[in-house]
Design a protein around this ligand. Structure first.
Ligand code: AP5
Ligand code: MG
Length: 198
């Protein structure tokens, strides 16, 4: 079982690239942000707890998000592996994930998508009004960046050389190419069908 973990700041392209990897590799894309936004939209108990925290750009509790991930990766479609987008976001979550993955005998592939703050801001400003995400407001986005720097950035030290760093600048195709080259598992799976198609 392969667990592909995408790290990166808000707006770095985790969701964009996770979707592409999921399609190419035939693995489920698990975004804690998407699951939480759906819960908010559905007005579930989880959504009621998460709504204001997300709108403010803060992190939902570790206990809640680990519960979401643990349950989701136990589903039958995750048997071959999955792509995690937005989890883990701090060291407590990373340690909890390590426990869950080792229990399942999963191999971790970790990639960090590196994008400078001014480009992150430009991307998120660009989608304001179209995506309707409350946490894209100037205030909430600034808070998300602060939370990223204090809570999530230290994960790069935590993972050390187990995480590959790739530049998230350039076109979506450029970034995808770098990501696939950096993940040997993905590269092997992606190159073969392309050669067959030619
Ligand atoms: P989440 O939904 O994970 O949001 P995020 O990490 O803050 O970031 P985004 O989803 O905005 O960015 P992204 O990196 O996915 O980039 P995207 O592909 O969209 O989390 C939201 C909230 O949920 C959190 O703040 C928290 O409250 C809660 N939450 C979630 N997980 C949690 C956890 N583990 N623990 C606690 N709380 C949690 O791209 C951004 C934009 O740029 C798009 O418009 C895209 O089209 C564009 N773009 C992408 N690639 C390129 C490119 N190469 N060039 C130009 N534009 C590009
Ligand atoms: Mg996202």
């Amino acid at each position: 079982m392969n667990a592909i973990i995408l790290l990166g700041a808000p707006g770095s392209g985790k969701g964009t690239q996770a979707m592409r990897l999921a399609e190419s590799l035939g693995l489920p894309h698990i975004s804690t942000g998407v699951i939480l936004r759906q819960a908010v939209a559905d007005g579930t108990e989880l959504g009621k707890v998460a709504r204001d925290i997300m709108a403010a750009g803060r992190l939902v509790s570790d206990e809640i998000v680990l519960g979401i991930v643990d349950e989701r990766i136990a589903a039958p479609d995750c048997g071959r592996g999955f792509i995690l987008d937005g989890y883990p976001r701090n060291q407590a979550q990373a340690r909890a994930l390590a426990g869950v993955l080792s229990k399942r005998g999963a191999t971790e592939w970790i990639a960090n998508i590196d994008v400078p703050p001014e480009e992150l801001t430009a991307r998120v400003r660009g989608r304001r009004g179209t995506d309707g995400r409350q946490d894209d407001s100037e205030e909430a986005f600034c808070r998300r960046l602060e939370v990223y720097e204090s809570e999530s950035l230290p994960l790069l030290d935590y993972y050390g050389n187990r995480a590959v760093n790739i530049s998230g600048l350039g076109s979506r195709d450029d970034v995808f190419g770098r990501l696939c080259a950096a993940l040997p598992f993905a590269a092997a799976r992606l190159v073969t069908p392309k050669l067959v198609a030619q």
